[in-house]
Design a protein around this ligand. Structure first.
Ligand SMILES: Cc1ncc(COP(=O)(O)O)c(C=O)c1O
Length: 366
């Protein structure tokens, strides 16, 4: 059984994907071709954000947002230590300092009630992450940001794209929303890609310029930028995948519920489900549960032909490249790093496979 099944999705969408790719090969505008703007417009419609700016990856999306905000050495950006490295990497790349705030033990997202205590005169932005596909407490975070001199809020929605928070879409919940089109993400392409969402005209313009080496027009470099474009072929693939994305989002939510139901029905007490909040849904970029004796369970599942993964074993404050002696310990993130385990998940996983996973999991976890 694959950990993420992208082959079935390709088989279903093969004619649309091939037609879209062929169209790009025929017109030959590989960089900034018409599919780039077409995809951005479709995603503006999908999220209701005023602007979508496609970029080379999810990492680039986060970096360009911070650059557009003018984040510089000496600035502080508050974020979670329990995330993929990219969230923290971009802060550090600009010479700014990531300030970690521990996570909520239920949802594994940043604990909004701890953020205010981490704010200093140097704080410039807050970067929550919608881990596993469930958006963080964005209303509380936006309220804290506006109480403290309009700090920027950048939602890292690489895993939560497609999810809904109080009726609004991930990506359109704060100053900026960012996502990744890495192939295994809820909305993936066939390589690297990402997008920035904002409803602020000036910030959108800054991002568009930074994406193309800071050019306000050809060979006029108004600001420092990067080579951050998403290529036309990848945008064409996203356009084809958008044809069934809404179905996939619904499917992912249902499959998440099915996993939870099967685990509860199994009667096993050794598996703790992720904490979910009523006012938002989860698109399950990863179907992650919490277990003890994880290594033994993983080995047993692998023996039964069931792959698993850990998102993520070592929180950022314990990573050699990002450790900060002034921020030595975040106990909840550390505890979760030892317990989380992700099960096979994709929009096309069959109920038979889910049952098989849970049958073995329940036996091993007890
Ligand atoms: C939470 C989070 N942020 C950022 C990224 C970076 O996205 P990309 O791989 O497209 O650069 C990822 C992707 O793995 C992610 O999971």
């Amino acid at each position: 059984m694959p950990f993420i099944d992208l082959k079935q999705q390709y088989q279903t969408l093969k004619p649309q994907i091939q037609e879209r790719i062929n169209r790009v090969l025929d017109h030959g505008q590989y960089i900034m071709g018409p599919e780039v703007r077409e995809m951005e417009a479709r995603l503006e419609q999908f999220t209701s954000a005023k602007h979508c700016i496609s970029v080379a990856s999810g990492t680039e999306a986060l970096l360009i947002c911070l650059m557009a905000l003018g984040i510089k050495p000496g600035d502080e950006v508050i974020t979670t230590p329990f995330t993929f490295a990219a969230t923290v990497e971009v802060i550090t790349l600009l010479g700014a300092r990531p300030i970690y705030v521990d996570i909520d033990a239920g949802t594994c997202n940043i604990d909004a009630s701890l953020i205010e205590a981490a704010i200093t005169p140097r704080t410039r932005a807050i970067m929550p992450v919608g881990l596993y596909g469930q958006v963080a407490d964005m209303d509380e975070i936006n309220a804290i940001a506006s109480r403290h001199g309009d700090l920027a809020v950048i939602e890292d929605g690489a895993q939560s794209f497609g999810a809904t928070y109080k009726g609004r879409k991930s990506g359109n919940l704060s100053t900026f929303g960012c996502t990744s089109f890495f192939p295994s993400k809820p909305l993936g392409c066939y390589g690297d890609g990402g997008a920035i969402f904002t409803s602020d005209d000036a910030l959108a313009q800054a991002c568009r310029e930074i994406r193309v080496h800071g050019q306000s027009k050809r060979y006029v470099h108004t600001r420092i930028g990067v080579g951050g474009r998403m290529d036309t072929l990848q945008c064409a693939i996203v356009l084809a995948k958008l044809e069934r994305f809404e179905w996939e989002v619904e499917q992912r939510k249902e499959l998440g519920k099915k996993y939870a139901e099967l685990i509860r029905e199994s009667g096993c007490t050794g598996v703790e489900l992720l904490g979910l909040k009523d006012d938002r849904d989860c698109v399950w970029a990863q179907y992650t549960v919490k277990v003890d004796a994880r290594e033994k369970i993983q080995a047993g599942l692998l023996e039964a032909g069931i792959p698993t993964a850990i998102h993520y074993p070592i929180p950022m404050h314990l990573q050699p490249a990002y450790a900060d002696p002034a921020q030595p310990s975040f106990p909840v993130a550390e505890a979760m790093g030892k317990r989380v385990m992700s099960l096979p998940m994709s929009a096309d996983i069959s109920e038979a496979d889910q049952r098989e996973v849970v049958r073995h999991l329940a036996k091993l976890a007890g």
